[in-house]
Design a protein around this ligand. Structure first.
Ligand SMILES: NC(=O)c1ccc[n+]([C@@H]2O[C@H](COP(=O)([O-])OP(=O)(O)OC[C@H]3O[C@@H](n4cnc5c(N)ncnc54)[C@H](OP(=O)(O)O)[C@@H]3O)[C@@H](O)[C@H]2O)c1
Length: 337
């Protein structure tokens, strides 16, 4: 596991391990055995591995819904082909293009054995790279927009980090629902990308007080929902953006965990707050299938843009984490085994 001289062609199967909690440098490739197919499980040969921000939390040891002990394989989603099937598997055949998430196995590897009820087919009109870049993000956008609060055309929302992977899908899907969107980004360079998605109001929250800007744009009324994935740096000011009875959804902590929150801060305007995770929303297979259908309708539509910032060899997983943490990415990164 500590071998820095791993050469991909030496091994049929390999994984990138988090050798200890820490920076991107703790990610190291090492050979693995192709797993056997357990009953009701499928062995998948990966063709494209997703890089999601949660992979960074797990590698760094930031408190999450689950925190594996090193050494472990990080990652929560990947795309591949069915290689082998265990007894009792139904609805799949060898060679099928499939994806999965929240299956309990790490995904930065060439081969995995995944329980059949976590796996869905990838439609023909979605490439492996786009599915890897978008599956978790579109599922997330689905529950954020459709399962947290009833939204009607004309309702106003604020979306933080809109140039990011989730952010891009979220704002485009919200536009389709007829919502009025205000978006934030961390640098002026990211503004044109978000505007090109059809968003008129884009605030650089590194430079401007976004709560003041939201007040100006909404004539003091505020927004119905804030989709807040940045955490520490934006949480408190996000509360100030809400209309009375508005909802703050803190679904990520890219800048760090929220600290010092007082419940009483919700009182004056009867505000709501929620800290959801996709894991809960896809826990039942029936929900996963319904959400995946909608997610793939979005990803299968060529009008929905999802920028892929970089496609890197899986052996360079550490570089992908450096890029994500440097805030330089506009869209997704995909790793190819
Ligand atoms: N709860 C769930 O179910 C769920 C599911 C999927 C994803 N998520 C969350 O959604 C968010 C977006 O995920 P993603 O994978 O698509 O990532 P991403 O948005 O592509 O990247 C994260 C973005 O966060 C912003 N950011 C602000 N402060 C940062 C900091 N100190 N360090 C790094 N980035 C910072 C950056 O955009 P700016 O430079 O524009 O600020 C960065 O590009 C993440 O917080 C993730 O954990 C949650």
């Amino acid at each position: 596991m500590n071998s820095p001289v791993f050469v991909k062609s030496d091994h049929e199967a390999y994984a990138v391990f988090v050798t200890k909690l820490g920076g991107p440098e703790v990610l190291k490739p090492a050979p693995i055995k192709i797993p056997d197919a357990l009953d009701h499980h499928i062995v998948i040969e990966h063709t494209a591995v997703a890089v999601n921000f949660v992979d960074v939390y797990l590698r760094a040891g930031q408190k999450h819904s689950h925190n594996p002990e090193p050494p472990f394989i990080t990652g929560v989603s990947a795309v591949g082909k069915v290689l082998k099937m265990g007894k009792g598997v139904e609805g799949f055949k060898v060679g099928d293009r499939v994806t999965y998430t929240n299956s309990g196995v790490g995904t930065y590897c060439t081969h995995v054995c995944v329980k059949e009820d976590r796996i869905v087919h990838v439609p023909d009109d979605v490439s492996d790279e786009r599915a890897a870049a978008g599956f978790v993000r579109a599922l997330t956008a689905q529950y954020l927009l459709k399962q947290m609060r009833t939204l009607h055309p004309g309702d106003r929302i604020l979306v933080h980090a809109a140039a990011g992977g989730v952010g891009q899908i979220l704002v485009q899907w919200a536009l389709r629902l007829g919502l009025k969107i205000i978006a934030t980004v961390g640098s002026d360079e990211k503004i044109p990308l978000v505007k090109s998605l059809g968003i008129e109001h884009v605030i650089n929250y590194s430079k401007d007080d976004f709560a003041e800007q939201v007040k100006l744009i909404t004539s003091g009324q505020g927004v119905k929902v804030v989709y807040e994935s940045v955490g520490k740096d934006t949480f408190t000011r996000s509360l100030a953006c809400l209309e009375p009875k508005g909802l703050l959804v803190n679904y990520g902590t890219s800048s760090g965990q929220v600290e010092g929150f007082a419940l009483q801060d919700l009182h004056a305007n009867s505000l709501w707050i929620c800290r959801p995770t996709l894991k809960t929303y896809v826990a039942k297979r029936t929900d996963l299938l319904l959400m995946a259908k909608e997610a793939f309708e979005i990803l299968g539509d060529p009008k929905i843009k999802l920028a892929i910032e970089a496609v890197l060899p899986l052996t360079q997983a550490a570089k992908s984490h450096e890029m994500l943490e440097s805030r330089s990415t506009r869209g997704a990164i995909v790793l190819i085994p």
